[in-house]
Design a protein around this ligand. Structure first.
Ligand SMILES: Cc1cc2nc3c(=O)[nH]c(=O)nc-3n(C[C@H](O)[C@H](O)[C@H](O)COP(=O)(O)OP(=O)(O)OC[C@H]3O[C@@H](n4cnc5c(N)ncnc54)[C@H](O)[C@@H]3O)c2cc1C
Length: 396
């Protein structure tokens, strides 16, 4: 087994970074691995809706990085990457710390895309990380004291639909919910079965769906939306922006490396052009020739698992293998206790789908000992969850 001196540095310990780190350690325990993340906690984003509805508790879906990585024998550092010198193989962090790397793995995820629309940044809520979650949760709790508050959700993708159904169920008609989608259908990029189930769920809850509608501006008190009838301005109490994401690459200098659609362009081995010891994966990366891959945890985890095996091949002087995506289907939560699943020839909806979805996610959560304290916790009814995060390709 060959070993290396300088560390393999993984920046970003979300779905991609976590998977590559744990798998790599599993394949070759002697490798020096350093994982860096600007946050203290992992967040299992697909379960953020269930934290909102208290179907699961916050700590269950947000284990501490320090604990996960120390249990796995991996060094973890809380810090924020601010600069890369690809030529010198070095990184700079927000406290001016400098680290040299042998191999670099970038997986810093996404941030909401406001598309430069006036007022979005200042007057909308987002739902992408723990901080967003806390702000939105606080605002919803404050507003629910009165009935008929106007809540707009912008974006008819999975996040918008899942939030609309969950909020309606949690606050039981306290909000008049409007879902705004710029195209002529919701869930345009998703499986037909899930789209149809989502349409039924929205209809059942009497959520107003405004299709072919584009947001022009959001002010403190109003939202302006244009459609075929012209521009309409509505009073609003709260607007949640789920209209899209963009790669989180604030540490990259402009034109430093090749990008496509704003994401880092990598080859099928997930290597960055001209820098074969550097890799990008997850939401920030676009694989040449695989432009249609969805921006999901499923893709991020499969890439993470693949890169771990490839890196070991590279260290042994062997040729890496090209990444191949296996579509294991998709799952959507549709209100409290309900979901829709479509994939691998199976379609499932309602309460059964909800149970299946939570069991599948439970098998992907990194284990933490504290979980055992909660005997009633559904998430941790399964044992050795941590091991299942390793080499788990059938992610969703
Ligand atoms: C509410 C919500 C629900 C979702 N539901 C699903 C779903 O049901 N199924 C699905 O497949 N996908 C889902 N997704 C998408 C999925 O979560 C992402 O595609 C996935 O998290 C991408 O993984 P990643 O590793 O690229 O990034 P992330 O998991 O976002 O991790 C990025 C990490 O990088 C860290 N970081 C960022 N910048 C820096 C820096 N400068 N220095 C150090 N660290 C940094 C962050 O703190 C974070 O921990 C959902 C997303 C959201 C927001």
């Amino acid at each position: 087994m060959k070993s290396i001196q300088k560390p393999i540095v993984i920046v970003g310990a979300g779905f991609a970074g976590m998977t590559v780190a744990l798998n790599l350690k599993n394949i070759n325990p002697s490798l020096p691995i350093l994982v860096v993340d600007s946050e203290s906690n992992f967040i299992f984003k697909p379960l953020m809706y269930e934290i909102l509805s208290k179907e699961i508790r916050m700590w269950e879906a947000t284990p501490k990085f320090a604990k996960i990585f120390s249990d796995a024998g991996i060094t973890f550092l809380k810090n924020s990457l601010t600069k890369i010198s690809f030529k010198e193989n070095s990184l700079e962090f927000s406290d001016k710390l400098k680290i040299n790397y042998k191999y670099l793995i970038l997986c810093t995820g996404s941030v909401p895309n406001q598309f430069s629309i006036k007022g979005v940044d200042e007057n909308c809520y987002f739902f992408n990380n723990l901080e967003d979650f806390k702000k939105l949760n606080y605002a919803l709790k404050n507003l629910q004291k009165e009935y008929n508050k106007k809540l707009f959700i912008v974006g008819g993708g999975p996040s918008g639909i899942e939030l609309a159904c969950k909020i309606d169920d949690i606050y039981k008609k306290k909000f008049d919910i409007y879902l705004i989608e710029k195209s002529n259908e919701i869930l345009g990029k998703n499986k037909i079965f899930n789209r149809e189930e989502a349409e039924k769920s929205l209809e059942k809850r009497k959520i107003n769906v405004l299709l072919n509608s584009i947001v022009n501006q959001v002010s403190e008190t109003a939202i302006s939306i244009s459609n075929e009838t012209g521009i309409n301005t509505f009073d609003k109490d709260i607007v949640i922006w789920t209209a899209g994401v963009k790669p989180n690459l604030s540490y990259l200098e402009t034109d430093e490396i090749t990008k496509k659609f704003g994401r880092i362009l990598v080859n099928k081995n997930l290597q960055i052009d001209n820098y074969n010891n550097c890799f990008a994966l997850g939401d920030i990366a676009l694989i040449e020739g695989m432009e249609d891959l969805p921006i999901t945890a499923q893709v991020a985890m499969q890439e993470g698992s693949h890169l771990a095996s490839n890196l070991e091949l590279l260290i042994q002087g062997k040729d890496p293998l090209p990444f191949e995506f296996q579509d294991n289907g998709e799952m959507i939560s549709l209100g409290i206790g309900e979901a829709s699943i479509s994939g691998l020839g199976v379609t499932l909806s309602g309460k059964l789908a909800f149970e299946a979805r939570r069991l599948i996610y439970a098998s992907k959560l990194p284990d933490i000992k504290e979980s055992l304290k909660s005997a009633s916790s559904w998430i941790f009814q399964k044992k050795s969850i941590f091991k299942k995060f390793v080499k788990k390709d059938n992610s969703n």
